[in-house]
Design a protein around this ligand. Structure first.
Ligand SMILES: Cc1cc2nc3c(=O)[nH]c(=O)nc-3n(C[C@H](O)[C@H](O)[C@H](O)COP(=O)(O)O)c2cc1C
Length: 151
């Protein structure tokens, strides 16, 4: 059984909708052999990361960067997980009001350092998520699950 860890910062209804869609995709019946574990970013530990086989990250864009919560998560787990999690698959969804460029740059830089493998480019949404945005979050979750499970 593979384990998919969702690490998310969810401070608003729009992010909650994206989180629920991504989590539903992660738990799809179309992929077997996956256990989904979900942790708010401020509570997630290095042990959670070490015990998982793939990662789904969700965050708002704050002050031109990842949320402080997701940054705190990476600050906490980066070195303890640096060698053990190489090549593990991940996906990410971001929500902002207008400009996610700085947050995307930071995510790319951190996950390149960890040598994690993106299953697809991050899903970036502004404003109220449309049906297609939520479908993209669902697919993102399902794609990480497919990497972790038996398919
Ligand atoms: C302190 C603060 C800083 C923010 N900075 C940015 C930013 O730099 N770029 C951006 O696109 N959105 C920014 N936002 C908007 C958040 O990304 C947005 O509120 C969050 O994704 C939740 O969306 P919602 O309020 O529409 O549900 C900021 C919000 C806060 C509270």
């Amino acid at each position: 059984m593979g384990r998919l860890l969702i690490v998310h910062h969810t401070p608003s209804p729009n992010l909650q909708a994206m989180y629920e869609a991504a989590r539903a995709g992660a738990g799809t019946d179309e992929v077997s052999g996956v256990e989904v574990v979900s942790r708010p970013a401020l509570t997630c530990t290095a042990v959670d990361v070490l015990e998982a086989d793939g990662y789904l990250l969700g965050t708002p864009v704050n002050l031109g960067y990842l949320s402080g919560a997701l940054k705190h998560f990476f600050d906490t787990v980066y070195y303890p997980c640096l060698e053990a999690t190489v090549r593990r698959p991940f996906g990410a969804y971001l929500h902002g009001n207008n400009d996610a460029a700085g947050a995307l740059r930071a995510l790319e830089s951190i996950t390149t350092g960890l040598k994690w493998r993106a299953v697809r480019p991050p899903v970036v949404v502004t404003g109220e998520p449309a049906k297609a945005d939520l479908e993209a979050c669902w697919e993102l979750g399902a794609m990480v699950a497919a990497e972790v499970g038996d398919i």
